[in-house]
Write a protein that binds this ligand. Structure first.
Ligand code: PEP
Length: 256
C-alpha cells in the first residue's frame, strides 16, 4: 500500500513571522495525523526556520526549486548541497510555473531531478497539460512526452526516488478542480506508462494530484485508486485547510 503524501507548496508567500506562525500551527495539528506523510515547501529564505521548527517532528521539509549545477558562478541559484544542508528531503521539480515563467524544459527538469536524487533528496516531478492542450485532446500525449523525456535522460530506475504530481495547469490556483474521474483517468494513464518500463516501480510510485485541492474535494480525489496524495498550493497557506486535507488522507488510508 502506498502511504499518502500531502505536500504544501507555499510558493513565494509569507514573511518570517507568518511562516513561523504557519509552521507552528501545522506542527501542532499534525500530531493528530498518523497515516499520511506531510511535507511543506517554503521559499528558500525560510528553510532555516523550517529546519529549526520541524526538527523532532514528523513533518518533512522540501524546496520549490534546485540548481542543475553543483557549485560555482551561478548567480541567484541554490545548490542541492545547500538544500540538503538545511535538511530538505523533497524538491519540487518541473512545476508548471517554472516551465511557463522560467522556460524550464523537460531536459532541464530531468537534470534537476537527477541532482536532487544524487544528493539523497526525493523529487516531486510535476507534469500536466494546459487548458488548450486538454481541449485539443492532447492531455495524454503531453504527459507521456513529459514522462518519457525524463525516462530517456535518466532511466526508469530514477523513478524509485520520485513522487509524480499530476497538475492540470488549468486547475492550478484557479479554483477549478479536475473531477475525481478526470484526475483518476490521468493518474491511471501515468501508472500504465511507468508500468511499460517497470511494473514494480509503477505499483510503488506515488502519484499526487495538484490543482485547487481543498478540504471540500480532498476526500473524493484521494479515494481514487491511483491518487496517492496531493500537492497543495493555495490551501496549504491556511493551516486548518491544509490539515483538513491531511485528515482526508488519513481517513482514506484507514479505509484501505
Ligand atoms: C500548485 O501550485 O502546485 C497547486 C496545486 O496550487 P493550487 O492548490 O493553489 O491550485
Amino acid at each position: 500500500m502506498r502511504q499518502p503524501l500531502i505536500a504544501g507548496n507555499w510558493k513565494m508567500n509569507g514573511t518570517r513571522s507568518s511562516v513561523e506562525t504557519l509552521l507552528l500551527s501545522v506542527i501542532s495539528g499534525a500530531s493528530a495525523i498518523s497515516k499520511t506523510e506531510i511535507a511543506v515547501c517554503p521559499s528558500f529564505p525560510f528553510l532555516e526556520l523550517g529546519e529549526r521548527l520541524l526538527t523532532g517532528t514528523t513533518i518533512k521539509l522540501g524546496a520549490q526549486n534546485i540548481c542543475t549545477k553543483e557549485v560555482g558562478a551561478y548567480t541567484g541559484e541554490v545548490s542541492a548541497n545547500m538544500l540538503a544542508e538545511f535538511s530538505c528531503q523533497y524538491v519540487i521539480c518541473g512545476h508548471s510555473e517554472r516551465r511557463e515563467y522560467y522556460g524550464e524544459t523537460d531536459t532541464i527538469i530531468a537534470e534537476k531531478v537527477s541532482i536532487c536524487v544524487k544528493k539523497g533528496m526525493k523529487a516531486i516531478l510535476c507534469v500536466g497539460e494546459t487548458l488548450s492542450q486538454r481541449e485539443q485532446e492532447q492531455t495524454e500525449s503531453v504527459i507521456e512526452s513529459q514522462l518519457e523525456n525524463v525516462i530517456k535522460q535518466l532511466g526508469i530506475d530514477i523513478f524509485n526516488h520520485i513522487d509524480i504530481a499530476y497538475e492540470p495547469v488549468w486547475a492550478i490556483g484557479t479554483g477549478k478542480t479536475a473531477t475525481p474521474e478526470q484526475a483518476q483517468n490521468v493518474h491511471g494513464f501515468i501508472r500504465q506508462k511507468i508500468a511499460i518500463h517497470n511494473t514494480v516501480i509503477a505499483e510503488k510510485i506515488r502519484i499526487l494530484y495538484g490543482g485547487s485541492m481543498k478540504a471540500e474535494n480532498a476526500h473524493d480525489l484521494l479515494s481514487q485508486s491511483d491518487i496517492d496524495g496531493g500537492l497543495i498550493g493555495g490551501a496549504s497557506l491556511i493551516a486548518n485547510d491544509f490539515l483538513a486535507i491531511c485528515h482526508a488522507g488519513d481517513a482514506v488510508a484507514s479505509q484501505n
